[in-house]
Design a protein around this ligand. Structure first.
Ligand code: FES
Ligand SMILES: [Fe+2]
Length: 377
């Protein structure tokens, strides 16, 4: 993060704290409950956003060696991500081009060739069809070059491997992420490794889970038994970076900076910084590590979350330390996720047609406006 921005963000929060105020938008806003419970709206989000925008398939540490692969699901499609002998990464639809069997069953591994479990057509990890049993008799004129695995746009950036689940899309990845790229690079995630992780399906719409991380109105209440005491009450700011967002949640410790020269100010020591890479990847930046929150929307009412603590490779051996940190984060975030399920199950009651966002919850309508822009067309 640029120094000037970092100091500006700290000064803004200190000023608000001194004024006993909040980070306020102009007005109260609303969102229809349908946005969270309608399967038709979810399908539109899937077709127009999840299938067409980049999603993180893996952290680079999951594909370090030539031949490494992972199988992932993006926008309801099974995706195979590979690294070839030259270190290039590729993404494909995990579908055999013969009669459509899912080619790879394993979640991850190291292989240079993939053989279909049905009739053993086999493919190189760069996608080409390399052999067809009994080809000369059964498929005498088959042009193997036309039967490569369906290739997907795949980019290795900011320590992650990103894929777009629809073939034949050319997406300007760098333009889309340029407003957030320098800060994402600055996190040095490529030199980190997954110290701990967990995966769970939550009975909640994906947007509710994102929204829980980008306001601090709830911090002292919902997290009173965990991190609540370490944070200022309802004091956080947010900035849109293109479609993406930086949220800064102020720790109570930040006020000590008033007595220190600004050249010693370091935001991540006194705040949780949350980057939302639109739409489904969030990074929670803490003092000495980053928590990667990857959501995989399954249906209007279900979302699988992968929660991974990324630690610097040089300190990966401090296992007990990372485990403890992961547990604190997991316990805290699960307080949000349980509430997310409570909200989702309450939608059916008809108590609310809309949900209401206060002026200090302005990040949430902003996030929802970004969704509307992508799904309106
Ligand atoms: S479906 Fe894959 S080889 Fe037949
Ligand atoms: Fe929370």
């Amino acid at each position: 993060m640029e120094r000037e921005i970092e100091i500006g963000l700290i000064e803004e929060l200190l000023r608000l704290r001194e004024a006993k105020s909040h980070y306020l938008d102009d007005e109260i806003e609303f969102n229809s409950v349908d946005q969270y419970k309608s399967e038709a709206i979810f399908q539109r989000e899937r077709d127009q956003m999840f299938a067409r925008l980049p999603a993180v398939a893996a952290h680079v540490s999951e594909l370090t060696n030539p031949g490494d692969f992972v199988k992932r699901e993006i926008a309801g499609r099974s995706i195979l991500v590979t690294r070839d002998a030259h270190g290039e990464v590729y993404a494909f639809l995990n579908i055999c081009r013969h009669r459509g069997t899912q080619l790879v069953d394993d979640e991850s591994g190291c292989k240079h060739r993939f053989s279909c479990p049905y009739h053993a057509w086999s493919y190189a990890n760069m996608g080409e069809l390399v052999s067809v049993p009994h080809m000369a008799t059964g498929f005498p004129d088959l042009d193997k070059a036309q039967y490569s695995l369906k290739s997907l746009q795949c980019e290795e950036r900011f320590g992650f491997i990103w894929g777009i689940a629809t073939p034949d899309i050319t997406f300007d990845f760098d333009a889309y992420y340029s407003p957030i790229a320098a800060e994402a690079e600055g996190l040095d995630l490529a030199n980190m490794d997954i110290a701990h992780e967990e995966k769970k399906v939550h009975n909640s719409n994906w947007k509710i889970l994102v929204e829980g991380g980008i306001e601090s109105y709830h911090s002292k209440v919902a997290h009173r038994k965990t991190i609540g005491p370490y944070f200022e009450d309802n004091l956080s700011s947010y900035q849109m970076l293109g479609d993406h967002m930086r949220s800064v949640l102020m720790r109570s410790s930040m006020h000590v900076l008033r007595d220190q020269p600004t050249d010693q100010w370091r935001l991540r020591d006194h705040a949780n910084i949350i980057y939302t890479f639109f739409p489904t990847t969030q990074l929670l930046v803490q003092k000495d590590h980053v928590v990667w929150i990857n959501s995989r929307p399954v249906s209007a009412g279900q979302t699988e979350l992968r929660l991974a603590t990324l630690a610097p490779k040089s300190r990966l051996a401090e296992e007990a330390y990372w485990e403890k940190n992961h547990q604190i984060t997991s316990t805290t975030l699960n307080e949000d996720f349980v509430i997310g399920e409570s909200i989702q199950s309450g939608f059916a009651s008809g108590a609310n047609d809309v949900i209401t966002f206060g002026r200090f919850e302005g990040a949430l309508p902003e996030f929802n406006r970004t969704i509307m822009r992508h799904t309106a067309a």
